[in-house]
Write a protein that binds this ligand. Structure first.
Ligand SMILES: [Zn+2]
Length: 82
């Protein structure tokens, strides 16, 4: 059974990911969750951290750079005021 999305859970998992506590498969799941729910990042001001995290991943080639640009688009779309 698939667990329903819970922002609090995702955020605590996210912090583990930043600490390098998650294995690559868990990281992938985490990124999918975050793509689904930008609210998690915005609510807890994690956008910046997440962006840096992805950037590092891209540099280490463990994440496609297309992922980073799609992420950037998402952040830009989600900002109404500028
Ligand atoms: Zn969420």
């Amino acid at each position: 059974m698939r667990k329903s999305h819970n922002c609090k859970d995702v955020v605590s998992q996210f912090n583990l990911m930043l600490d390098g506590e998650l294995n690559p498969k868990e990281e992938q799941n985490m990124m999918c969750e975050l793509q689904r729910c930008m609210h998690c990042l915005q609510e807890y001001n994690l956008e910046e951290k997440y962006r840096k995290f992805i950037q590092e991943r891209v540099q280490k080639k463990s994440c496609p750079s297309s992922f980073l640009s799609s992420l950037k688009n998402k952040f830009e779309q989600s900002k109404d005021i500028d």
